[in-house]
Unconditional design. Structure first.
Length: 65
């Protein structure tokens, strides 16, 4: 299952990597691919929306589910 999350605040490849790494550490996440140009991250797996949002916030960005 894939979820697409809007993430505000990403402005470069380093930001993408930070968000991807934060999400990849969650149980149930198989892959995460962020794109700062579209302000989105696509997450493969079965982690809950609330866990995904919390990980993005902990990384310093603002998720919009």
């Amino acid at each position: 299952m894939a979820n697409e999350i809007t993430v505000e605040g990403m402005s470069c490849g380093g930001c993408e990597e930070t968000v991807e790494d934060a999400l990849a550490d969650l149980p149930g996440v198989r892959a995460a691919e962020a794109d700062n140009e579209t302000d989105t991250v696509v997450v493969e797996g079965d982690a809950s929306d609330s866990d995904l949002a919390a990980a993005v916030e902990d990384a310093g960005y603002e998720p919009k589910l």
